[in-house]
Write a protein that binds this ligand. Structure first.
Ligand code: FAD
Length: 310
């Protein structure tokens, strides 16, 4: 039993660290395996995070590691390749440090934003190409903003961004022809619509130049758009866990505490909820950490009772 952790957490972002903190404080032997590529690493500062307004993302995670380590949580910088399950344990194979075994597993591996393939866009991601106005809208309020509208949330994003600036141009080509009512609705609040495809987002020093197929160049201070979320759950694929289809893609199905269809595997944060920001991921991680400890508490009593009866 010495070599068996109570819980392995895969992913040391806000969700995973929050779960690990709860487990450490419950006296659970907990190991966090982390590849060190949090989703918001492209941004210099985080916003909308109470008590951490404007903090660099890496600083929050470094503090979170220190806090969890203070309760005995262990860390390994490593990438998980595969997970196997038995009746009573979960075996986690990594690229660097070998195989680790635990009674329970929390998957908090986040996601990759697969960005629209437009030259110049990826280089500005998290800087002047943004996805979430709650995270970065204040910093560009009242400036010249663009929305590169992508399905399925493009029109919703366009309406939302209008709250931060009246100088808004929406590039609609990826949505196909808009119906007349959708156009009227956006124009009613002074939004400019451009249906020509965007072919480049160029850095013009002071601002961005959004270039369209007809040769036009539209100056904006920032562009909002949406990537396609790709959850980091491929290392579980062979287990055939239940999934749920949403308008944003296919995700592991979990109950409100994060338990998957396997009773020893939980999943939390962006890997199952792509719209969760940092505070929501921290909150969900705390709930899942508590739920996993609760499941182990129940198992500890069940085992003790069985041994007593023997
Ligand atoms: C550009 C940008 C800016 C953002 N700004 C804000 C903001 O200002 N405020 C805000 O509240 N939210 C912001 N967000 C959202 C925020 O990034 C997410 O809410 C948050 O990162 C989700 O936390 P998480 O723990 O679920 O995943 P992540 O933070 O992505 O952490 C997942 C961790 O798991 C690791 N991992 C993945 N696969 C493996 C594997 N196989 N083995 C081991 N480790 C693995 C990753 O390397 C990573 O370290 C922003 C997002 C983006 C894209």
């Amino acid at each position: 039993m010495e070599d068996i952790w109570d819980v392995i957490v895969i992913g040391g972002g806000p969700a995973g660290l929050s779960a690990a903190l709860m487990l450490g404080r419950a006296g659970r032997r907990t190991l966090v395996l982390d590849a060190g590529q949090p989703r918001n690493r492209f941004a210099a500062h985080m916003h909308g995070v109470l008590g951490n307004e404007g903090t660099p993302p890496a600083d929050l995670l470094a503090r979170g590691r220190t806090e969890a380590a203070g309760y005995g949580v262990a860390f390994a910088d490593d990438t998980v390749e595969k997970v196997d399950v038995t009746d009573s344990t979960v075996a986690v194979a990594t690229t660097g440090s070998g195989i680790w075994v635990a009674r329970a597993l929390i998957v908090a591996t986040g996601l990759t934003d697969d960005l629209p393939e437009i030259p110049g866009l990826a280089q500005q991601w998290g800087r002047r190409v943004l996805h979430c106005p709650y995270c970065h809208g204040w910093e560009v309020r009242d400036q010249r903003l663009g929305v590169l509208a992508m399905p399925p949330m493009g029109l919703h994003q366009a309406e939302l961004v209008r709250q931060w600036s009246a100088h808004l141009v929406v590039f609609t080509a990826a949505l196909g022809p808009l119906d007349a009512e959708a156009e009227r609705r956006l124009r009613a609040r002074g939004v400019e619509l451009i249906s020509e495809p965007v072919v480049e987002i160029a850095d013009d020093g002071e601002c961005l130049a959004v270039r369209t197929a007809d040769g036009r160049s539209v100056p904006v201070d920032a562009v909002f758009t949406g990537g396609t979320p790709r959850p980091h759950d491929g290392f579980l694929a062979h287990l055939g866990l239940a999934r749920t289809d949403t308008s944003l893609g296919s995700f592991l199905a979990v109950d409100p505490a994060g338990r998957t269809s396997n009773e020893r595997i939980w999943a939390v944060g962006n890997v199952v909820n792509p719209t969760g920001n940092v505070p929501l991921s921290i909150g969900a991680g705390a709930m899942t950490g508590g739920a996993v400890n609760g499941a182990l508490v129940t198992e500890d009593f069940d085992t003790a009772l069985q041994e007593q009866r023997r």
